[in-house]
Design a protein around this ligand. Sequence first.
Ligand SMILES: CC(C)(COP(=O)(O)OP(=O)(O)OC[C@H]1O[C@@H](n2cnc3c(N)ncnc32)[C@H](O)[C@@H]1OP(=O)(O)O)[C@@H](O)C(=O)NCCC(=O)NCCS
Length: 201
Amino acid sequence: MVNIVDHPVCVPAGIITLRDFRLDDEADLLAAFADDEIARWNPGPIGDDAATGFIWSRNDWSGGDHASWAVADGSDRLVGSVSLHKIDPDQADAEIGYWTAPWGRRRGYAARAVQTASSFAFTRLGLHRVHLYHAVDNPGSCAVARAAGFTHEGTLRESFRYVDGRFHDEHLHGLLETDPLPGGGVRQGRGVTRPGRGRTT
Ligand SMILES: CC(C)(COP(=O)(O)OP(=O)(O)OC[C@H]1O[C@@H](n2cnc3c(N)ncnc32)[C@H](O)[C@@H]1OP(=O)(O)O)[C@@H](O)C(=O)NCCC(=O)NCCS
């Protein structure tokens, strides 16, 4: 059974904390979205009003279709974002997306955030699978997926049109609640036992 969590939940995770976005994150958010790499792969709000709208929408979990967090470092500064979205209670799965601001990169924050959000998906939401897509031209994202324990499941041909207007090949990576934790150990998943359904034909 999948649980709907309809309010932001703070998750301490060692070097980072997954927390809600705050209005005092706005300047850091705008600086992050002005970064060329984030603008290329995860375009976000431009301008104060849009940043405020982003904050409100990421903190509003009431629809049950996403669980989104600001990633904060040890000083509680915003260093990134991670989001479980397209949560599908019927299929017990979700997609995950992430970025790290330029001032937080190469410190293990994205990998830790993806691991932590995925564990939340399995243990709190009761999901069975989390997956992600990234452009083949984005090897940093591929490294994060692998570091977080996701398996490369295939390459999709020209599957998404990014900001440059081109259709890019993408990798699909997936993580199951039954997959081992990176570095060994067993995940405490809840198991999905309800009946499934046929694919739409
Ligand atoms: C890609 C991105 C998320 C990496 O964030 P990060 O916090 O620096 O990543 P981490 O420090 O957790 O690194 C995890 C692993 O990825 C590797 N890595 C990180 N950035 C990399 C890069 N640009 N190229 C190659 N490897 C990279 C690290 O070395 C580490 O590998 P290891 O576990 O073998 O040591 C960040 O650079 C970013 O936000 N880029 C722009 C937006 C983006 O690409 N979002 C993802 C869209 S799908």
